[in-house]
Ligand binder design. Structure first.
Ligand SMILES: [Zn+2]
Length: 464
């Protein structure tokens, strides 16, 4: 989809959407004749459709509407026009409202059609959005962020038949060409040399070797002296391993178990394309989790990258095994803060469903507050859970330093406490198991991979 700014609404514009706070804002209408009509109707509805022989117009009332409402209005209008019209013109006075509206349109326009044989037929007709009232610079920034979200969605929606651990690393590596973003992929031999026991253990049941991708964005004008390290769970497919997930349905969506990796990679793409002055490193450990070959087994003791020994009591708690190695690896950078994101626990989904992600950590309160603030702004909300040390005790093993599951209650927190053990620097854990993937379309977030977290972290890093 093309988005371009224009100076004047052309008289020939067929579909015009006006964001207006009050009646007098409707001056932009290309057709003078409808103004009297609009004056009468303005206060009635949040979205008003005005049809004249030449024009098809919508007036979106922004007074009293928060940004999320505007995004949802955009989704509604997009649904009406996507199959009918090639071009729409959007007019407004307020940057924030316009940005939210464009976000709604752009995100709603996402389709994952790769595997349809008649994809051309299925493709939305809408191709172009022209905007009056906002600078091209703002549009470019927004576009880069949204495209990073859509890329993250693609990665999540790709099945493991295409996107295995090696392909994921390749897809991330492609971003190397992108303006100074450095991407380095460690392969199985490197991972063995580093003795990343957690990642290697989970990979034992797979025929595809694991990968560990390091993405780094370090601009000269970075305002932070120590890097922010992001860690994303890249389990490209999760059967549960020998602790096999029960069928039916529980495995249907497990291609999405790398949504944390997609979130972090998407964030790196967005911040580098927009040249944010922050030093950020993303670590993406990746593998599938299968019961084949010499699969790791309940009862096994695994020596992790940092030397910690872990008794594996459930092979379906594999995300924390690969994340733990990556978090321990992050320590060498002496980071300001380590933030991981993962589709980690069913407990997180049961606690709050798909309307928010869960956040917890031992980092200074400021980081947790700022993350929540960004989450509210972009409507990728975070709910903070407690992170008390009592939960650590549940992770004690009879025969090793730790075990990989807790007692069954508060599973999202015991998982977080397990991971905290490996972080020697301020640490934040985000469980995105709920909002990362949606089984039905609610609004502009679409169906399938949502790309959750990219807009959130972009906003957080921009305002650091
Ligand atoms: Zn699992």
């Amino acid at each position: 989809m093309k988005i371009k700014t224009i100076k004047k609404v052309p008289e020939s514009a067929k579909n015009v959407i006006i964001l207006a706070e009050k009646k007098s804002d409707i001056k932009h209408l290309p057709c003078e004749k409808v103004i009297p009509f609009m004056k009468e109707g303005f206060d009635k509805e949040e979205i008003q459709s005005v049809k004249t022989p030449k024009h098809n117009m919508y007036v979106v009332k922004t007074k009293g509407a928060d940004l999320e409402k505007i995004r949802k209005h955009a989704h509604k209008i997009h649904s009406e026009l996507k199959d009918k019209e090639e071009e729409i013109v959007v007019v407004g006075d307020n940057d924030k409202d316009l940005e939210a509206f464009l976000e709604g349109i752009y995100l709603s326009d996402y389709q994952f059609l790769k595997y349809f044989s008649d994809k051309d037929k299925k493709k939305n007709k809408l191709r172009s959005v022209k905007v009056k009232g906002i600078s091209q610079k703002k549009i470019d920034e927004l576009k880069n962020v949204i495209e990073a979200v859509l890329w993250a969605r693609n990665l999540v929606n790709e099945p493991v038949s295409y996107l295995d651990a090696e392909r994921l690393a390749m897809e991330l590596h492609k971003k190397t060409q992108n303006d100074g973003l450095k991407v380095k992929v460690l392969h199985k031999k490197d991972i063995e040399d580093l003795r990343m026991g957690g990642l290697l253990a989970v990979n034992q049941g797979s025929v595809i070797p694991p990968t560990f991708t390091i993405m780094e964005w370090k601009p000269k004008n970075a305002k932070n002296k120590k890097p922010i390290v992001l860690v994303g769970k890249g389990v490209v497919y999760d059967t549960g391993g020998l602790s096999l997930k029960p069928t039916p349905h529980s495995m249907d969506l497990m291609k999405s178990d790398m949504a944390g990796a997609a979130m972090m990679a998407g964030t790196m793409d967005a911040i580098s394309k927009n040249n944010l002055p922050v030093w950020v490193i993303a670590l993406i450990p990746a593998t599938d989790n299968r019961p084949g070959k010499n699969a790791y087994a309940p009862g096994d003791v695994v020596e992790m990258y940092d030397g910690t020994t872990v008794e594996v009591l459930n092979t379906d708690a594999e995300g924390r095994m690969i994340l733990a190695d990556a978090i321990a690896y992050a320590n060498q950078y002496k980071p300001e803060v380590i933030i991981d994101a993962a589709t980690l626990t069913g407990a997180a989904v049961r606690a709050i469903g798909d309307k928010a992600a869960i956040v917890m950590g031992n980092a200074p309160k400021k980081y947790l507050k700022d993350l929540q603030k960004s989450g509210k702004k972009v409507h990728e909300r975070l709910v903070e859970f407690p992170f008390w040390d009592e939960w650590k005790d549940e992770m004690k093993s009879d025969i090793a330093d730790m075990k990989n599951i807790g007692s069954g209650n508060a599973g999202m927190i015991t998982a977080g406490k397990f991971l905290e053990h490996f972080a020697k620097h301020p640490y934040i854990h985000i469980d995105i198991a709920g909002p990362a993937f949606l089984e039905s379309t609610q609004d502009y977030k679409g169906k399938g991979g949502t790309g959750f977290g990219v807009r959130l972290l972009y906003d957080f890093l921009k305002n650091l």
